[in-house]
Write a protein that binds this ligand. Structure first.
Ligand code: CDP
Length: 222
């Protein structure tokens, strides 16, 4: 049974790689970031995001969270991302979501022969014995440009676009810092992870590097 762990910085291309590998090998994929985002979105919807008891409220939401809820367009906003990054430092919330992520891996390995999880602590904490570990990164400027393209805003003039880009660079830099400096499960590459810098390569090239690594091991046939 195959476990593929993909970690990396915000907008580095880890989700794209995970989705493509999931299609190629027919292994279910879990975007663990969307679980933190879902908890953040519910806190915002319930107007509990200013609560002093944010950790307790987050845990309550996380316990009830189902995988079906994760297909929600509202998860992708920067406001949700910023709160997700903040609450991701709560050890209690991480414990609750970790259990669900491990369960997802176990159920799908059994059912489909493999699973793919992407996030920040997959290779270090959730799947420490994964068959393949990838750590995806890119320069902050490139990542901000990708986020801007994802937003698909066609009406921006030169100056507005530059302003939005600068604000994304600031947001992503803040998120990088809080992800890598938190005490519980900070964002660090696992010692045995393959590190791929996607700053100057396309999504196709990243996929080709990853599949070569996987296929030369002969652990997955087909
Ligand atoms: O898509 P992007 O990389 O911007 O973010 P994401 O993967 O959706 O994750 C949102 C936030 O959840 C991140 O800033 C992390 O702080 C947190 N996260 C985490 O702490 N651990 C994970 N396994 C996944 C996400």
């Amino acid at each position: 049974m195959i476990e593929i762990a993909i970690d990396g910085t915000a907008a580095s291309g880890k989700g794209t790689l995970a989705r493509r590998l999931s299609v190629k090998y027919d292994f279910p994929h879990l975007d663990t970031g969307s679980m933190y985002r879902m908890v953040a979105l519910e806190l915002i919807n319930d107007k509990k995001n200013d609560y002093t008891n944010l950790e307790i409220e987050s845990c309550k939401i996380a316990k009830k969270l189902s995988f079906k809820q994760l297909e929600n367009n509202k998860l992708r906003t920067e406001v949700v991302a910023a709160l997700a990054s903040k609450i991701a430092s709560f050890p209690g919330l991480r414990e609750t979501l970790n259990l669900k992520q491990i369960e997802f891996a176990n159920v799908n390995k059994e059912k489909y022969g493999g699973c793919i999880l992407d996030g920040r602590d997959i290779g270090t904490k959730i799947l420490p014995n994964a068959n393949f570990k990838f750590f995806i990164n890119a320069s902050v400027e490139i990542r901000a440009k990708r986020r801007l393209l994802e937003k698909n805003i066609s009406f921006l003039h030169g100056n507005d676009e530059e302003c939005m880009l600068q604000s994304l660079i600031i947001d992503i830099t803040k998120r990088d810092l809080s992800d890598s400096r938190r005490k519980t499960s900070p964002l660090v590459p696992a010692e045995d992870a393959f590190i791929i810098d996607t700053s100057s390569i396309s999504a196709d090239e990243v996929m080709s590097i990853a599949t070569k690594i996987i296929e030369r091991s002969n652990k997955i046939v087909g």
